[in-house]
Design a protein around this ligand. Structure first.
Ligand SMILES: Cc1cc2nc3c(=O)[nH]c(=O)nc-3n(C[C@H](O)[C@H](O)[C@H](O)COP(=O)(O)OP(=O)(O)OC[C@H]3O[C@@H](n4cnc5c(N)ncnc54)[C@H](O)[C@@H]3O)c2cc1C
Length: 392
């Protein structure tokens, strides 16, 4: 089976995939079109997560793609990124769920766990039987977590006691575990812990009335003398530098989300422009409407081109943090522009959720903010090219 190439893939990137990979992407597209697209606006309106879709996504092997220890490992970063792109094209919330489950949470354990921890946790996280979340951000520290993280970890004999608060933690209302990053009171270093969410003292409260990624279940977390045994401390998660190794992957994935959001908005806008008539003709026949569409396609294609090169660097083992930061900052800024042009093309219907475009418009905001805002990622690149840190 070969994959149909839509206008949103204008440079025909998907043509590069093997027949087997194209077949898997075609299966994923069918799943997204049949099981996700028809419900997504309703779920967004109700702030509900489609829990019934988790196991089918896991059964397609999607949770295990990035991990060498998973039977679903896929060695091509471009393919892994394209999977995120396809999901975000239909629903950025579902893509975010997958990002939190796989890249951020399982990624923390895969990159910072001991070989025993990897052996114990990766199989159950990748087969979908364990759902994960990851707590880094706090009410008082988002952009400056490296310096400002207040949640503490105190070693007491064979266990650790965690105290503090986390904010915005995706999946945390229903996850089985939360990877908590906390500051060791002994050496002041940020360290990672696998916390089962039924541990006494752990509470997660859903954040309601979000206007972006409403399907993702984000939580405020309180850790009140949460005690975990030492074997739940990530053996190699002992500093902010260790956490940064995880964030390099998640920032890259967010670039793919930003491209996906643009593709979803563009496809909706193109269909609408062909169907909607004003002054007796489809609005697609007007030059200014074509300008909105082509500008959007240009942004989207530039974003995909950037992500394709980043994937090549990843495959070669040459990708550095700053390259991931530039991709995140650039593609998420383009996403904001693109969804705004596409929404504009819908006129009044552009703010009616039933037409779908308003959802992309809202979702682009959180994609622009999480995993480091545009400003933070810009400062990371700025420090690299000037040699001068301008964070404060
Ligand atoms: C939907 C959603 C899901 C999320 N999921 C998770 C999750 O699963 N786990 C998790 O740990 N976190 C998660 N986050 C948190 C996210 O990573 C933070 O929101 C983000 O890092 C920004 O932090 P903040 O919101 O505290 O903003 P702040 O850090 O308060 O920033 C506010 C503004 O100030 C700017 N700013 C700050 N410092 C500077 C500076 N030095 N120079 C210039 N400008 C500056 C920022 O760019 C921003 O525009 C999520 C957030 C959202 C919205």
């Amino acid at each position: 089976m070969t994959l149909e190439i839509p206008h949103s893939d204008y440079y025909r990137f998907a043509q590069k995939f093997s027949v087997e990979d194209q077949a898997m992407l075609a299966q994923l597209r069918t799943f997204l079109n049949d099981r996700v697209a028809p419900r997504v606006n309703d779920l967004w309106a109700k702030e509900e997560f489609p829990y019934d879709l988790v196991q089918p996504l896991a059964d397609m092997g999607l949770f295990g793609l990035p991990f060498k220890d998973s039977k679903h490992y896929h060695g091509d970063a471009f393919f892994r990124g394209w999977v995120s792109f396809e999901i975000a094209k239909v629903d950025a919330s579902l893509a975010t769920f997958l990002g939190v489950q796989a890249e951020l949470s399982t990624g923390s354990i895969a990159l910072c766990g001991s070989s025993e921890q990897v052996r114990e946790w990766i199989p159950r996280l990748t087969d979908g039987s364990t759902i994960a979340s990851c707590g880094i951000t706090e009410p008082g520290s988002g952009s400056d977590t490296a310096r400002g993280m207040q949640t503490t970890a105190k070693r007491e004999g064979d266990s650790w006691v965690l105290n503090g608060q986390k904010r915005w933690i995706g999946n945390a209302t229903w996850a089985d575990i939360c990877v908590i990053w906390a500051r060791d009171v002994e050496d002041n270093q940020v360290k990672g812990f696998i916390v089962p969410t039924d541990t006494p003292g752990f509470t997660a409260t859903k954040i309601v009335n979000k206007q972006s990624l409403r399907i993702v279940q984000n939580a405020d977390i309180v850790l009140d003398n949460v005690r975990v045994s030492d074997d739940l401390k990530l053996a190699n998660g002992n500093s902010f530098a260790d956490l940064s190794r995880v964030l390099k992957g998640t920032r890259t994935q967010n670039g793919w989300f930003a491209a996906g959001v643009q593709a979803g908005a563009f496809e909706l806008a193109l269909d609408y422009a062909r169907e909607r008539e004003q002054f007796g003709k489809p609005i697609a026949s007007y030059q200014m409407i074509q300008d909105l569409l082509v500008k959007s396609l240009g942004n989207l294609t530039a974003s995909l081109s950037m992500m394709a090169r980043l994937a090549e660097l990843t495959n070669a083992g040459e990708r550095v943090d700053e390259q991931a930061a530039l991709a995140k900052a650039y593609t998420s800024s383009r996403a904001r522009e693109t969804v705004s042009w596409c929404r504009e093309l819908f006129g009044g219907n552009g703010i009616d959720l039933g037409y779908g475009i308003a959802r992309f418009f809202g979702d682009a905001e959180a994609v622009h903010t999480y995993e480091g805002t545009r400003e933070m990622n810009t400062l990371i690149v700025g420090r690299d090219i000037t040699g001068i840190g301008a964070f404060q």
